[in-house]
Write a protein that binds this ligand. Structure first.
Ligand SMILES: Nc1nc2c(c(=O)[nH]1)N[C@H]1C(S)=C(S)[C@@H](COP(=O)(O)O)O[C@H]1N2
Ligand SMILES: [Mo]
Length: 536
């Protein structure tokens, strides 16, 4: 179309850029609200989450590491905020376009739907229902857009009909129900308020319904049996009770969370099954009833993430309840050569664990309980793996639904495909908790305290030094076994001023943490934790 034609299409009153943005945002809101509600009703994933998931799984490892480095455990929130920001920007743009070229805006809406569908496809989700919310979202968006455009004040249909120069698209889809199409600003405001209320209600319902729809298989209704031979209570003296020192048992709500899932999978324990197959003589499948009827065992195990930086807090300790993984594998009959246990979670994440580590007698568990309660959803309800001595990414599959015996040479798990080490035993590590980094303490008698861990080997000694002076042996608290961290404490006498404290541990094999600092990638950080603080 020529410039001349454009100029001859008068901009109707009220059809400002601001109105266009409002129309666009309301359209996006209607689409998202409808998507959330449909997803909840169809018990499937919201397309917004699905797009985020697809971005996580298909982004280059370097980008993911950067995101984790920049945003830490808030990386998911930032990603979701990013997805929403893109939707808002695209919606605003579509809205502005819709004022002049409604068909182009409707086409844009369909393209967005197609992009959502593509994301679902890339997610390799075998849930066919996942496409339904996308279809409903596009339909709701289109309906909202149509309604909003119709209600706009001064819809120039009379003029358009009469003026040959008007672009035919403008208002072409707009029927003329009333005598006066330009009902004024009021009509638009009312329609906008209606669309907003409807999408808000739909969105809120969609968020709220899943918790209501949860049935008898919910975490709340699962009661765990006791262990066959319950462990004695933790020995007195595991906890030195120093203010600021990590408690020996990490409360569930404070336990670090690391996974690739954007929304916490909420599994139904009555629907859950675990399939054990691959290079085994007797593949089988068990459900929760059967798992809970087998002799369960308790174990105190400290879980650690390979991404934990020196001094980091991606480590936590608790008492787990579960069925020994070794017994599970014996029941299946592992064939020779099957050196890898490839486990898969309900959301498709995979993990490769050396078979020998699970079979060598350590307390590797298919865990169902954590600190006396069913696993919290974010820690893998209803069942997860826990293998002492291995970083979480090669051992601790949450929401586990499949265990396949295979060879490392044949199959690669999620993080192994992304340059992280295939085998990753936990490195001997120690941390200063007290004083807090850059904290202030009273001069004179100063308490230093922290934790150290070397799961399966145990900690033999912890040494600290202040202001690069002599190494001083710290006192160790008690431990229930070799697989947990140990608290340590040391006293020193300090003048007012800035000070540093540094710690290193020696494990049960006599190995002392090296000073050399190595990054977490590919198989865990090394180096001594050093803090600075002020005595005053
Ligand atoms: N399904 C699933 N399980 C997973 C992961 C994951 O991304 N998905 N991450 C692993 C990693 S890297 C770690 S460190 C531990 C953390 O367990 P937590 O979140 O219960 O502390 O879970 C492991 N299990
Ligand atoms: Mo991890």
């Amino acid at each position: 179309m020529s410039t001349e034609t454009r100029e001859s299409a008068p901009k109707a009153p009220g059809r400002t850029t601001a109105t266009g943005i409002a129309v666009g945002l309301l359209t996006v809101g209607a689409a998202l609200g409808a998507a959330e509600l449909t997803a909840a009703l169809a018990r499937t994933t919201s397309p917004v989450v699905a797009v985020g998931d697809a971005m996580v799984d298909n982004s280059p490892p370097a980008a993911m590491e950067l995101a984790i480095e920049l945003f830490g455990t808030a990386d998911k929130l930032v990603l979701m905020a990013g997805v929403v920001a893109v939707l808002v920007a695209a919606g605003a743009f579509l809205g502005v376009v819709s004022l002049r070229r409604p068909p182009a805006a409707f086409a844009g809406l369909f393209l967005f739907g197609a992009a959502g569908a593509l994301a679902l496809f890339l997610r390799r989700d075998d849930d066919a229902w996942a496409f339904v919310p996308v279809v409903v979202a596009v339909a709701a968006g289109a309906a909202a857009l149509g309604l909003l455009l119709r209600s706009l004040p001064g819809t120039p249909r009379g003029r358009e009909r009469g003026e040959p120069g008007t672009p035919p698209e403008t208002g072409a889809n707009v029927p003329a129900p009333g005598p006066d199409r330009g009902q004024g600003r009021r009509g638009f405001v009312l329609t906008a308020a209606g669309v907003l209320a409807a999408s808000g209600t739909a969105g809120a319902l969609g968020r709220w319904l899943p918790s209501v729809l949860e049935g008898p298989g919910s975490r709340e209704s699962l009661s765990l049996p006791a262990a066959q031979d319950p462990l004695p209570a933790l020995p007195r003296g595991v906890d030195l009770q120093v203010p600021g020192l990590s408690p020996f048992t990490t409360p569930n709500q404070d336990f670090y969370r690391i996974d690739t899932a954007l929304t916490v999978p909420r599994l139904d324990s009555t629907q859950w099954t675990l399939r054990v197959h691959g290079m085994v003589d007797r593949p089988f499948e068990i459900d929760m009833d059967e798992l809970l009827s087998m002799p369960l065992k308790e174990a105190d195990i400290t879980l650690t993430c390979v991404s934990n930086e020196i001094g980091g807090d991606l480590v936590g300790n608790t008492r787990w309840l579960g069925f020994p993984l070794a017994d599970l594998l014996r029941r299946a009959g592992v064939q020779s050569g099957a050196d890898q246990i490839l486990s898969t979670s309900q959301d498709g994440w995979t993990c490769g664990t050396p078979t020998e580590t699970v079979m060598d007698g350590r307390d590797a568990l298919l865990a169902v309980g954590m600190d006396g309660v069913p696993l919290p959803h974010q820690h893998g309800f209803p069942a997860r793996m826990v293998v002492p001595g291995l970083y979480g990414y090669v051992s601790a599959t949450k929401w586990v639904t499949e265990i396949k015996l295979t060879r490392f040479a044949d199959e690669e798990a999620y993080w192994a495909q992304r340059d992280w080490g295939v085998r990753a035993p936990i490195k001997t590590m120690s941390r200063v908790d007290v004083p807090a980094p850059l904290g202030r303490v009273d001069s004179g008698d100063v308490t230093l305290a922290g934790v150290a861990w070397a799961q399966t080997r145990g900690i033999d000694a912890v040494e600290v030094r202040v202001d690069d002076g002599d190494w001083q042996e710290a006192e160790l608290a008690r431990v229930p076994g070799l697989d947990t961290w140990v608290q340590w404490i040391a006293e020193t006498d300090l003048e007012p001023g800035m000070h540093s404290a540094e710690v290193r541990a020696t494990d049960g094999t006599g190995f002392t943490q090296p000073a050399e600092r190595v990054d977490p990638l590919p198989d865990g950080a090394t180096g001594w934790h050093r803090i600075r603080f002020t005595a005053e």
